[in-house]
Design a protein around this ligand. Structure first.
Ligand SMILES: Cc1ncc(COP(=O)(O)O)c(C=O)c1O
Length: 400
C-alpha cells in the first residue's frame, strides 16, 4: 500500500467528519413531495364513517381499495394499518406463534424460517425475538437460490416459512422473476401446506431505473393456489412520510383471520384521518406510481455519485450491486474485511451499517458484505462519505 493513501486517510480523519449512511431513509426533498398531506383537510364524516371515532379496524374502504390495487389482491383480503408494514409483519408472526392452526409455532420444537441473504436486519431481529431459528440461503440474480432452498428443506424439519423482499431486495437489489416465485411456491407448498410465504414488498413502487416487469405476487399465489399460505405487505414509509404513511397487508383464509384477531387485541382501529388524507392525495395506484417518478429523479443521482466513487476500486478488491430501485447498494469484498472497513470508516467519522447486519444473528460468515445507503445525506456529504469508504476499503484490503 502506498504511504500516500495512509497520509490521505489521516488528513480525512483530522477533518472531524460526522456522516451517517447507516439507514435507507428519504432525504428532505423527497419528503417535501408529500407536503400537501400536512395541510390537507378531510371531511370528518362521509355519511357512513366518522373518521374521528373508533371503527373500521381493517382500514377505511378507499384505503383498502388503494392497497388492493397496489398489491393486485381483492380489497376484502387487504387491510390497511398504521404507518409500519414491519409492525403488520410482526403481528402476523406473533399471531402464528400464538394461534396458528393446527399447531401454534410456540408449540413446535425449534421452529425455523428460511432467510435469503443478504437481507434486512429487522427481519432477522423479529424472528430472533420469537426464538425462530433462521436458515440463511443465498439470493441469486432472479430471486432465491432454489437448490439451496431445496437443500435446506430436505435437511430440516419444522421450517414454518420464508421471508422475501421480492422487488429491489434490501440490500442487494434483486428483483425476483415470476419463475423464481412460482418455483418457490411449488417447493414450499410441497414441503408443508402450513409453510408461510411472507413477502415484504417494501420497494414495490420504488424503481429509479427501468425494471423488469413482475406478475404481482398475489396473482402468482392465486395461480399456484397458495393464497392461504401467502402474506404480502407494503407501506408508504418511503412514498410519503416515514412514520406518517400507511401500511397494507394482503392475506387470506386463516392468515386473514389471525391478523384480524391479533390486531383486535392491540389496536381498536388505525388512524382513519391519515388514511383519508392519503386516499385524497393518491386517487389511485397510478397517482402513487407518478409520485414515485419524482422520488426516482431525486434518488437516482445519489446512486450515480456512489458509483463514481466505487468505480475507483480495483476489481480485485470487490464488487458492488447496481440496483434499478430501492435504497441500497451492496458492496462485496473479496477478502474478509467488511468489519475492518466499518471500523476504519467510523474512525474517519462515517457511520456504516454494522458488518454482519445483512445476515441472521449478525453473522456474515465471509465477513465481506456491506450495505451502503446513499439517499439520506446531501450530495456533497455523499461524495465525502464515499471517498472515505473507498479509501478505507483500499486500506483494509491491502492490510488483510
Ligand atoms: C425490506 C424492508 N421492510 C420493511 C421496512 C420498514 O417498513 P415500514 O416503515 O413500513 O415498517 C424497510 C425499511 O427500511 C425495509 O427495507
Amino acid at each position: 500500500m502506498s504511504e500516500n493513501i495512509l497520509t490521505y486517510f489521516e488528513q480525512i480523519k483530522a477533518q472531524g467528519l460526522s456522516i451517517d449512511i447507516t439507514r435507507g431513509k428519504p432525504d428532505s426533498y423527497q419528503l417535501d413531495l408529500a407536503n400537501d398531506l400536512l395541510s390537507m383537510n378531510v371531511e370528518p364524516f362521509d355519511g357512513k364513517v366518522d373518521l374521528r371515532n373508533y371503527g373500521e379496524p381493517l382500514g377505511i374502504e378507499d384505503a383498502r381499495v388503494l392497497g388492493a390495487e397496489l398489491l393486485s389482491a381483492p380489497a376484502d383480503h387487504v387491510i390497511t394499518g398504521e404507518q409500519s408494514s414491519l409492525m403488520l409483519t410482526y403481528q402476523m408472526i406473533l399471531s402464528k406463534y400464538l394461534f396458528a392452526n393446527p399447531v401454534p409455532w410456540r408449540d413446535i420444537e425449534t421452529p425455523k424460517f428460511i432467510c435469503p441473504v443478504p437481507g434486512f436486519d429487522r427481519h432477522f431481529r423479529m424472528l430472533e425475538d420469537f426464538g425462530i431459528e433462521m436458515i440463511a440461503i443465498p439470493l441469486i440474480e432472479d430471486g432465491v437460490d432454489l437448490d439451496a432452498l431445496l437443500d435446506a428443506l430436505q435437511n430440516n424439519s419444522n421450517v414454518v416459512g420464508i421471508i422475501c423482499v421480492p422487488r429491489h431486495s434490501n440490500p442487494s437489489g434483486e428483483v425476483y422473476s415470476d419463475d423464481n416465485i412460482n418455483k418457490l411456491f411449488e417447493i414450499g407448498k410441497k414441503y408443508s401446506e402450513d409453510f408461510l410465504f411472507l413477502f415484504d414488498h417494501a420497494y414495490l413502487v420504488h424503481d429509479f431505473l427501468p425494471t423488469k416487469n413482475q406478475i404481482p405476487v398475489w396473482k402468482l399465489a392465486e395461480q399456484n393456489k397458495t393464497t392461504n399460505q401467502t402474506v404480502v405487505v407494503t407501506s408508504f414509509s418511503k412514498v410519503t412520510f416515514g412514520g406518517g404513511g400507511l401500511s397494507f397487508m394482503a392475506a387470506a383464509d386463516e392468515n386473514l383471520s389471525l391478523i384480524k384477531r391479533i390486531r383486535g387485541s392491540m389496536v381498536i382501529c388505525p388512524d382513519k384521518v391519515n388514511q383519508k388524507r392519503h386516499t385524497k392525495f393518491f386517487k389511485d395506484s397510478n397517482a402513487v406510481k407518478n409520485h414515485m417518478k419524482k422520488h426516482a429523479d431525486l434518488v437516482r443521482p445519489k446512486f450515480e455519485i456512489a458509483y463514481q466513487a466505487l468505480e475507483k476500486l480495483d476489481k480485485d478488491i470487490g464488487e458492488y450491486s447496481r440496483p434499478t430501485g430501492g435504497y441500497f447498494i451492496t458492496f462485496t469484498s473479496h477478502k474478509p474485511i467488511a468489519s475492518k472497513i466499518v471500523e476504519l470508516c467510523k474512525e474517519a467519522g462515517v457511520l456504516l451499517t454494522p458488518a454482519g447486519a445483512t445476515h441472521p444473528y449478525g453473522n456474515d460468515p465471509k465477513n465481506n458484505t456491506l450495505r451502503i445507503a446513499p439517499t439520506f445525506i446531501n450530495e456533497k456529504e455523499l461524495e465525502i462519505a464515499m471517498d472515505v469508504f473507498v479509501t478505507a476499503t483500499q486500506i483494509a484490503h491491502s492490510q488483510a
